[in-house]
Design a binder for this molecule. Structure first.
Ligand SMILES: [Zn+2]
Length: 271
């Protein structure tokens, strides 16, 4: 079994934080958080380990290094409270055009994502989006939402983009098989839009060109169209999310330029 651990792994900080019910996301949106982050993270880690053990992992070292390089560059610019999470990434040997995030800093990437993420900046848009779901505690928020608060610990592994694609369904099945106790729930549209915006800032701060997020979501849309609907999703349409991203390019290009000046100029693509 080959498991890729992010090089930025830091000692696990066990902050036994019982969260207050009402809090706000990094963009200032008010959130209802009822679950314990610690409890969710522990269950998430257990299920992530199960997935790694039951789904084939990528063995192409150059590809592993490439994806890990992008993820490390993004994690590296996170504020300390997020950077210090026990980040872990698994890269699965699957054609599925997908990626997912789980509470506590677990990220899964299907190799097929590189069909849509065609350069390191586009890949950074995907990984930034997934990392944003974690830092914005979207899974906790989702699990805390009405009607779900009595079910106990729930871990939400969430699939990226192209939710209406056959490829996504394949990943959905695989995840279900791997995480037999996992509950798959899509994030809400507002959470998706928020992850797009936060992720855009993250990628730009890491020195990836934020403008590449637009072709990334175009490619994701094309992939979704190529495989018709099988999995109900609340993902925003590519056009909607691209419009929102483009309207933030002014802010993020300044972040990008600043990152470049500070020497953050990632060079991850395989030579
Ligand atoms: Zn998402």
């Amino acid at each position: 079994m080959k498991v890729h651990r992010l090089k930025v792994l830091l000692p696990i900080i066990l902050a036994a934080v019982m969260t207050s019910a009402c809090t706000s996301s990094p963009t200032g949106r008010s959130q209802m958080i009822l679950k314990s982050d610690e409890e969710l993270a522990a269950e998430s880690a257990r299920q992530f380990a199960e997935m790694r053990a039951s789904m084939p992992l990528l063995t192409d070292q150059a590809m592993i290094d490439y994806i890990a390089c992008v993820a490390n560059a993004v994690v590296d610019i996170l504020p300390p409270e997020y950077k210090d999470l026990p980040w872990e990434m698994a890269i699965f040997d699957s054609d599925s055009v997908n990626a997912f995030a789980m509470p506590g800093g677990k990220i899964g990437v299907m190799q097929g994502i590189t069909k849509a993420a065609q350069n390191q900046d586009q890949l950074a848009a995907v990984i930034g989006h997934e990392i944003a779901h974690v830092t914005a505690r979207h899974a906790n928020e989702r699990a805390s939402r009405g009607g779900m608060s009595n079910i106990g610990v729930q871990v939400v592994a969430v699939l990226l983009g192209g939710g209406n694609s056959g490829a996504t369904y394949t990943a959905y099945e695989a995840l279900n098989a791997g995480a037999s106790l996992g509950i798959m729930l899509p994030f809400s549209r507002s959470q998706e839009s928020e992850a797009d915006i936060i992720g855009l800032d993250y990628m730009a701060q890491a020195g990836f060109d934020p403008r590449e997020s637009a072709p990334l979501w175009q490619n994701m849309g094309a992939e979704a169209e190529a495989a018709p609907a099988e999995f109900l999703s609340t993902h925003p349409s590519s056009e909607t999310r691209i419009d929102a991203l483009v309207s933030r390019f002014g802010v993020t290009l300044a972040m990008y330029n600043e990152a470049q000046l500070a020497g953050r100029n990632p060079d991850c693509e395989p030579k």
